[in-house]
Design a protein around this ligand. Structure first.
Ligand SMILES: C[S@@+](CC[C@H](N)C(=O)[O-])C[C@H]1O[C@@H](n2cnc3c(N)ncnc32)[C@H](O)[C@@H]1O
Length: 241
């Protein structure tokens, strides 16, 4: 696939998956008990070692080669910015930025977000901003469980607080995530299309330069009480089903 010729995910699925609501509500009710891998505990510690404990924190979840993390750190010098990706290879490819040119208010760590998000929540750190930029769409109908909003870790994202933003080039993905958040929080959220003047990440640049429509969901997780996704919200939502 050549640059600026990238494709919108092809899928037989054209709207919100019929199994989404059942999954989201099941995950919200049942604690996710998958044991943590040691390397993710180390990654959490590494990601906080340079933080002064008081600057607001931005998480760039699934940061790929880290260009978005670098942009966010430059644009927000008073924040501590953490880029997390599971791919050591991608993290190592943060060309053309040698270490000496990286902002000092950021860190890139290799971790599995399935553990990292839960460990961050357990550590008590609250986020000021939280980005999930161009997550893998997993567009096949049978791949629903691999999309973040249908994964058992998803209820932990709102618990981390802050202003949350997800961007994607697949409309179904943003529709589903918006629906999943509404189920968890008990009120509606809005998604919108947008046109980036200055792309924040390599995937955004590639999709923009291919002329694709981009979708964005913004949510303020500090707007609701911290425990909005408690039993009463879930029970009310189930009662309405
Ligand atoms: C499509 S890329 C987008 C990268 C970057 N955000 C961008 O916009 O250019 C998705 C990224 O999510 C990362 N990722 C997927 N699953 C992950 C997981 N469980 N934990 C950490 N990173 C993950 C992948 O390694 C990949 O770099």
């Amino acid at each position: 696939m050549s640059y600026a010729n990238s494709k919108i995910p092809e899928s037989a699925q054209t709207g919100v998956h019929e199994g989404l609501a059942e999954r989201v509500l099941r995950h919200a009710r049942a604690p996710f008990r998958k044991p943590y891998a040691d390397y993710n505990r180390v990654a959490l510690a590494d990601s906080l070692v340079g933080w002064n404990g008081s600057d607001p924190v931005i998480l760039d979840a699934g940061c790929g080669v880290g260009h978005s993390t670098i942009q966010l750190a430059r644009a927000n010098p008073g924040h501590w910015v953490i880029g997390v990706d599971q791919s050591a290879d991608r993290l190592a490819r943060r060309k053309p930025y040698p270490d000496a040119l990286l902002p000092t208010n950021m860190v890139l760590v290799r971790a599995d977000l399935v553990d990292y998000w839960r460990l961050l929540h357990e550590s008590g750190v609250r986020l000021d901003r939280h980005y999930v930029l161009y997550p893998n769409p997993w567009p096949k109908i049978g791949h629903l469980a691999r999309r973040w909003h249908a994964h058992p870790v998803f209820p932990y994202l709102p618990r981390l607080g802050g202003r949350f933003e997800c961007r994607t080039n697949w409309r179904v993905y943003i529709e589903e995530m918006t629906a999943a958040l509404a189920l968890l929080r008990g009120h509606t959220f809005e998604w919108a299309t947008f046109e980036p003047d200055r792309p924040i990440s390599p995937f955004e640049r590639k999709y923009r330069d291919s002329g694709q429509t981009l979708f964005r969901l913004e949510a303020d997780f500090d707007r609701d009480p911290a425990d909005a996704d408690t039993d009463s919200t879930i029970t009310n939502t189930l009662d309405r089903q």
